[in-house]
Design a protein around this ligand. Structure first.
Ligand code: DCP
Ligand code: MG
Length: 362
């Protein structure tokens, strides 16, 4: 396969940076975007001054002001973030047509066939990424960080490396040396639960994973995940940059006015959520792409947990209840939020088409 050139762009402190842009008096002060501290709201993001006080995304606003009493808490203005995101995207469009937005502040760009790459940047995706960041700074007055690599997985890891306002490239010849020390948590799809399981098995880095035979990976993590892990821990990933917005999951959730305390109470919330999920799924082709179900629980201390299970048939309400039951057994505590949903297959990626390295043996 021809070597691809992928750039992952991630805006720095996006919501907070937008607020600072339109209100320069906020600059240099600790700023967080989120709901009021006297509510059950959480922080969306914080600028670097606030992060020094451990104020960060997803912590309750009430805790944020305790951590940093002089914190300036700004209510979110999503319409503004959306319009800034569109302006950033307009910059991307001048460099490539292959753009996959992941959220308002993040996107993958496949610049392999960009005429400008061959032209003014002499084939260097690093120079091209630098130009994109420069143009965003000049035209949108916001800072972006970038990762440059031959695939999406590595490009996304790289964009974090020199954050804020920096970039990092992992060229193909560096991948072999780069992967072994990378913590398993950096692998997409390895959440808290899988990471904990790996730690129990003495697996902490991609290097540890590389030492396992495919048979072991299958036994520990299941048939579906094993091949994917074998590739990812070696820095291999053949997912295409999807220009049209293909859904990867579909879920619904509800925050309850009062916490739910016992299992029966929580289970009674499922039918309504399931009906809402069915409605959102609609009659399109997503129903054929369901590969797993998930349950999300948020506890009264605001920590959240998701549980997933592979599924081969269309999920019934009872499947979600069964998963909820096993989740509840693991942590039988009151919850403030329940979510349910499905993971969808990405059509572009099939395990069969991926080239497994030869060193993997049963
Ligand atoms: N966001 C949110 N709730 C979260 C995480 C993020 O509302 N739990 C929003 C606010 C962020 C934006 O999404 O500004 C982008 O998320 P990032 O994870 O990229 O965080 P930032 O851009 O804020 O910071 P960084 O500089 O670390 O990328
Ligand atoms: Mg960001």
């Amino acid at each position: 396969m021809r070597q691809r050139k992928i750039i992952h762009i991630d805006m720095d402190c996006f919501y907070a940076a937008v607020e600072e842009k339109y209100n320069p008096s906020l600059r240099g002060k600790p700023v967080a975007v989120g709901g009021p501290a006297d509510s059950r709201s959480v922080i969306c993001t914080a600028n670097y001054e606030a992060r020094k006080y451990k104020v960060k995304a997803a912590i309750p606003s009430s805790r944020a002001v305790r951590l940093c009493p002089h914190l300036i808490l700004v209510p979110p203005n999503f319409a503004l973030y959306k319009s800034e995101s569109r302006r950033v995207r307009a910059v991307f469009e001048q460099y490539t047509e292959k753009i996959e937005p992941l959220s308002l502040d993040e996107a993958y760009l496949d610049v392999t066939d960009s005429p400008r790459l061959r032209g003014e940047f002499s084939g260097s995706a690093t120079l091209l990424a630098n130009a994109i960041r420069g143009q965003i700074a000049a035209e949108v007055q916001l800072n972006a960080s970038a990762g440059i690599a031959a695939n999406k997985f590595l490009a996304k890891i790289a964009s974090d490396w020199n954050k804020p306002n920096g970039q990092y490239a992992i060229p193909p010849q560096m991948v072999e040396g780069f992967m072994p020390s990378l913590p398993v948590e950096k692998i997409f799809g390895v959440g808290k639960v899988t990471a904990e399981r790996m730690h129990q098995l003495g697996i902490f880095t991609c290097g540890d994973l590389q030492k396992l035979a495919l048979g072991d990976l299958r036994r520990f993590f299941g048939e579906a995940r094993a091949q994917e892990l074998a590739l990812l821990c070696r820095g291999q990933d053949d997912r295409e940059v999807c220009t049209h917005s293909e859904r990867k999951s579909l879920s619904v959730e509800e925050t309850f006015a009062t916490d739910l305390h016992c299992f029966d109470e929580i289970r009674r919330a499922v039918p309504e959520l399931y009906a809402e999920w069915l409605r959102r799924l609609g009659s399109g082709s997503d129903a054929e792409k369901i590969r797993g179900i998930m349950i999300k629980l948020k506890f009264t201390d605001f920590t959240a947990m998701t549980h997933e299970r592979m599924i081969t048939k269309f999920p019934a309400e009872a499947d979600f209840v069964a998963l909820l039951e096993s989740a509840w057994r693991k942590r039988p505590e009151p919850i403030r939020l329940l979510g349910l949903g499905v993971k969808l297959r990405e059509l572009a990626r099939t395990v069969e088409s991926a080239q497994l390295p030869l060193i993997i043996s049963e």
